[in-house]
Design a binder for this molecule. Structure first.
Ligand SMILES: Cc1cc2nc3c(=O)[nH]c(=O)nc-3n(C[C@H](O)[C@H](O)[C@H](O)COP(=O)(O)OP(=O)(O)OC[C@H]3O[C@@H](n4cnc5c(N)ncnc54)[C@H](O)[C@@H]3O)c2cc1C
Length: 445
C-alpha cells in the first residue's frame, strides 16, 4: 500500500495516539478525533488535593522491546524500572502473585502444598476433552484446590460471568509461572528455582502512567488532536468510509481511517445502518465497566505491594494498589493512598451510585483488613471507567470473526486498540499496533 495523503484516527487513547505518533514519524498527515477533553483514554493519571492516581493499576510491561525502547527514548529518566512484587490477600496472609509453589509452602504450609501438588498431577493425567473454557483450563492447569482458592471467584468477580462461560484466553499471562514443572523443580531445588515475578518488574513514569500519553501527544503534535470531538456517525458507501459526523453536527470527509472505538459502538454509528444480523453480533460483544475508589491517607505507607489481589468473595472488589509504591511523587510527603478496583456491568446498581455511596460500599470491607484506621482517611475520590475490558466469553472468537469479515468490506478502514479489536491487550500492544498499521501504510504493494 502506498503512503496515504491523510489518516483519520478515531479515539485519542493509547492506541489512537500510537497511530498518530508513528504517522508523524513517517511524515503522513493525520487527525485524531477524541471525545474527551484530554488524551489517554483509559490510561490517565488523575489528581486530587496533591494526591495522584491512575485510572487503574497500570504498569508498563517490558514485553515488546521496540515499544519499550520508543517510550524510554520519549520519557528519558522519567520512565523508571520498578521492582515491586504483587500479592494475593487471602485470610489475613499475603501470597506472592503470580503464584509461586515455594511461596505456597511457606505461607500455607507443606500439607497444603503436597495436597495441591498431588491434585495437580492427577488433573494433568486426566484426559478431558478441552472445551476452551476458563473452568476447564484452570482445573487442568492448577488442580481443584488452587483453582477454588485463588482463581474461580477472582475471575468471576473480574469478568462478571460464570467461569464455565468464559474463554480460557482470560487467563492471559497472569497465571504463568505455576505449572507442573515449577511445582516439581521448586519442591526439589527450593529457592534457586523460584519463579521470577512476571508482575514484579515493570516500567513506570515518575508522574504516573498518564505521563506516557501526554508525552506521546506532545510529540505527535497537539495541533493534530481534536479533543471534545465525539464521532456520532460514520458515513459509508458499503465499500469504503466516506465521512464522519462529529458531535451530531459537523461533517468531515476522510481518506484512510483507523478506529480504536469499541466495536459495538463503531457498528452502531455506521450510516447507512448495516444488516441487523451484523449489529446483533456486534452488540453481543460485551464489555466490563470498572469503578475506582481512591482513599487518601494521613500515613506514610500501607502495603509493600505494587498490587494486592482479593480472590475471596467477602471482598466485593478485585484488587487495590498503592500509587506511592510505583512512584514516590504520587503522594505528598509523609502521606499515601490506596485505590480499589470494583468491576461491574452498566446495569448493576453500583454503577449508578454517587461517589459517597461508592466510597461507603468499599470502605467497610477495606477497613476489615485492619491495614488502616478510619481516622487516617483524609480524602476520597471516585472514577468510573466505561468499557474497561472486553469480556471474552466462550465462543467469542467466532462472533468476532464474523464482525471483522463485515468490516473488512470497507477498504479504507483499519482497527486498533483493546476495545477496537476486542482483545485482552496491553499498553505495549497498543504501541505495537500503531507501529504495524503505519508500517503497512508505508509499504508498497
Ligand atoms: C483497570 C485497568 C488496568 C489496566 N492495567 C494495565 C497495565 O497494568 N498494563 C498495561 O499495559 N495495560 C493495562 N491496561 C490496559 C490499557 O489501559 C489498555 O490497553 C488501553 O487503555 C487501551 O487503549 P485504547 O486506546 O485501545 O482504548 P482506550 O484507552 O479506551 O481509548 C479509547 C479512546 O476513544 C475515545 N472515544 C470513545 N468513543 C469515542 C467517539 N465516539 N468519538 C471519539 N472518541 C471516542 C475515548 O474517549 C478514549 O479516549 C489496563 C486497563 C484497565 C481498564
Amino acid at each position: 500500500m502506498s503512503k496515504p495523503a491523510h489518516i483519520t484516527v478515531l479515539g485519542g487513547g493509547p492506541a489512537g495516539l500510537a497511530v498518530g505518533y508513528y504517522a508523524r514519524k513517517k511524515g503522513i498527515p493525520f487527525t485524531i478525533y477524541e471525545s474527551g477533553d484530554r488524551v489517554g483514554g483509559n490510561c490517565v493519571t488523575l489528581e486530587k488535593g496533591g494526591f495522584y492516581f491512575d485510572s487503574g493499576a497500570h504498569r508498563l510491561h517490558d514485553q515488546d522491546p521496540e515499544s519499550t525502547a520508543e517510550l524510554r527514548g520519549l520519557l528519558g529518566e522519567d520512565l523508571r524500572e520498578i521492582s515491586v512484587p504483587s500479592h494475593i490477600y487471602h485470610r489475613g496472609k499475603f501470597i506472592d502473585f503470580p503464584l509461586s509453589p515455594l511461596n505456597l509452602v511457606t505461607t500455607l504450609g507443606p500439607f497444603f502444598f503436597v495436597g495441591a501438588a498431588l491434585e495437580l498431577v492427577r488433573s494433568r493425567l486426566k484426559t478431558e476433552h478441552p472445551d476452551g473454557s476458563f473452568r476447564q483450563y484452570a482445573l487442568h492447569a492448577y488442580g481443584k484446590t488452587i483453582t477454588d482458592l485463588f482463581l474461580k471467584d477472582y475471575t468471576e468477580k473480574l469478568w462478571g460471568a460464570s467461569w464455565d462461560r468464559l474463554s480460557a484466553v482470560v487467563a492471559g499471562k497472569r497465571l504463568k509461572g505455576l505449572n507442573l514443572r515449577t511445582f516439581v523443580t521448586e519442591a526439589l531445588f527450593g529457592r534457586r528455582a523460584k519463579t521470577r515475578h512476571l508482575d514484579g518488574s515493570f516500567y513506570y513514569p515518575k508522574k504516573g502512567i498518564g505521563e506516557i500519553f501526554e508525552a506521546l501527544a506532545d510529540r505527535t503534535g497537539r495541533e493534530n488532536i481534536r479533543t471534545g470531538s465525539t464521532v456520532t456517525k460514520i458515513f459509508h458507501d458499503h465499500k469504503s468510509i466516506q465521512a464522519l459526523e462529529l458531535n451530531g453536527r459537523e461533517v468531515v470527509q476522510i481518506g484512510e481511517v483507523v478506529s480504536s472505538l469499541p466495536l459495538n459502538l463503531l457498528a452502531g454509528i455506521l450510516e447507512p445502518r448495516p444488516p441487523e444480523e451484523f449489529l446483533a453480533l456486534a452488540r453481543g460483544l460485551r464489555y466490563r465497566n470498572m469503578i475506582l475508589a481512591a482513599f487518601f491517607l494521613n500515613r506514610e505507607s500501607v502495603t509493600k505491594s505494587a498490587t494486592v489481589y482479593f480472590p475471596d468473595s467477602e471482598f466485593p472488589f478485585t484488587r487495590l494498589y498503592e500509587p506511592r509504591n510505583r512512584s514516590r511523587e504520587m503522594s505528598p510527603p509523609g502521606k499515601t493512598s490506596l485505590v480499589v478496583e470494583f468491576p461491574c456491568q452498566p446495569e448493576d446498581p453500583v454503577w449508578n451510585l454517587g461517589p459517597d455511596q461508592v466510597v461507603e460500599k468499599v470502605r467497610t470491607p477495606l477497613l476489615r483488613t485492619g491495614w488502616l484506621q478510619e481516622e487516617e482517611i483524609i480524602g476520597t475520590a471516585v472514577h468510573k471507567i466505561n468499557q474497561a475490558y472486553p469480556i471474552l466469553e466462550l465462543g467469542y472468537e467466532e462472533k468476532l470473526e464474523k464482525v471483522f469479515t463485515f468490516l473488512r468490506g470497507f477498504g479504507n478502514l483499519r482497527l486498533t486498540g483493546r476495545n477496537g479489536r476486542f482483545v485482552y491487550a496491553w499498553i505495549h500492544d497498543m504501541i505495537r499496533f500503531g507501529r504495524e498499521i503505519v508500517e503497512e501504510y508505508g509499504s508498497e504493494k
